[in-house]
Design a protein around this ligand. Structure first.
Ligand SMILES: [Zn+2]
Length: 404
């Protein structure tokens, strides 16, 4: 029977006793005294101290001084040292490469970006990412040795287990490319790769004031995709392709062929480049997602109609998604989301009209708070989760023991 005077932390799993398990108690930024930790874990003092010694030797936790004293000597408290190591967060888009350093909390330390072209192929693009990373590290007087993990988002499906893109339609040359192995030739760091929209969903969830446990994040840019948070957890599906809504067939797609080989895909009709093409056919100069947004925001009627129609097309697929998943929130990000209310009006028109009353009465549909930062934050968060997981810490602890 549990001792009611020393309730174990709900985060501390029964049977968990390694240094990695103890580290999890610090991951929310909380500071703990050794007495608190003994109560939270139910571990013997000597065992607990051994685990703490490992975490201190790895440089992940340390003693903090704070003023919370009621007289006398305050108990020493331990906490995560967020800047002990760094995370390299990378967001690869169809036309840009963003690279950031974060600490382990994860607070953004520095970031930089470059325009890129997928025609250059994976090696040239990853080399550019490494050049940016080295510049950022130098700006902080840090080195590659300080990087514990790399989190990277790419605009296409990814096998999350292996970190290899899987038939990404807009990334020629990347199918099956071993991104983790490439980085690990240059850095001794764990590498996690995911679809960029999944990372935007994770980053957005982290910024929501009241935790929305069920929402869909939609990216509308050069491609179209979504990240699904259900029951508070990101849903990747069996092969990592959950949320790939860009290749769902829509009514307006009849006779329009998609680069994926199918007919009538949402992405073949409503993605940014398709909106720009539709505008050029009406004699309006529009060549990029930025052009489309600029036209909408300058009040160009044809551009407003085109974006609203793209919203309706998106709404057709989202109405079905709402029936399947019953989210409380749909958040739209990506370059075209800057068209704001005109885009949302089209989405709302179809989703609220088609959805069952119970599934839509409390459903909010809005644009993202900050999807660009969100993608980097999400990349950093998945990297931290893996690099500081109990299993990863056990491996580091073993390496530490065998090196001593
Ligand atoms: Zn398609």
């Amino acid at each position: 029977m549990a001792n009611p005077s020393s309730p174990q932390s709900p985060q501390f799993a029964r049977g968990a006793s390694g240094a990695g398990d103890v580290l999890q108690l610090f991951m929310d930024g909380a500071a703990h005294s050794r007495t608190d930790l003994a109560a939270l874990t139910g571990m013997a003092r000597s065992t607990l101290q051994e685990r703490l010694d490992v975490l201190i030797s790895l440089g992940l936790i340390g003693t903090i001084t704070d003023g919370a004293s009621t007289g006398g000597r305050p108990p020493q408290r331990l906490a995560l040292l967020p800047d002990a190591r760094l995370i390299l967060a990378i967001d690869l888009g169809a036309s840009h490469l963003r690279v950031a350093l974060t600490d382990l909390s994860p607070t953004l330390v520095a970031q930089s970006q470059l325009p890129i072209s997928f025609a250059d192929g994976p090696v040239a693009i990853l080399e550019s990412a490494l050049v940016l990373a080295d510049e950022l590290l130098a700006s902080q007087q840090r080195t590659r040795e300080d990087v514990i993990a790399i989190g990277m988002g790419v605009p296409g499906p990814v096998n999350f287990e292996t970190g290899r893109p899987a038939n990404p339609p807009i990334m020629p040359g990347w199918d099956g490319f071993d991104i983790p192995a490439w980085f690990q030739q240059h850095l001794d760091a764990l590498v996690v790769v995911d679809n960029d929209v999944n990372l935007m969903a994770i980053g957005e969830k982290d910024q929501l004031e009241t935790g929305s446990e069920d929402f869909i994040f939609v990216k509308l840019a050069t491609g179209i995709g979504s990240g699904i948070i259900s029951g508070g957890l990101l849903q990747r599906g069996a092969q990592g392709t959950a949320g790939d809504i860009g290749h769902v067939r829509i009514r307006r797609g009849d006779g329009i062929f998609c680069h994926c080989g199918n007919e009538g895909c949402l992405e073949a009709v409503a993605a940014g480049p398709k909106i720009a093409t539709a505008l050029r056919e009406q004699g309006i100069e529009a060549h990029s997602n930025t052009d489309v947004v600029a036209l909408v925001n300058s009040g160009n009627i044809q551009a407003i109609h085109a974006v609203r129609q793209a919203g309706r097309d998106l709404g057709e697929v989202l109405a079905a998604s709402v029936s399947l998943l019953n989210p409380s929130l749909i958040v739209v990000g990506g370059r075209i989301s800057a068209a704001g209310e005109h885009l949302l009006a089209g989405i709302r028109e179809v989703v609220y009209q088609r959805g069952a009353p119970l599934s839509t009465q409390h459903l909010q549909i809005r644009t993202s708070l900050s999807w660009e930062v969100g993608a980097l934050r999400g990349a950093s968060m998945i990297a931290i989760n893996q690099a500081l997981s109990p299993a990863a810490i056990e491996r580091s602890a073993l390496a530490l023991i065998s090196a001593s």
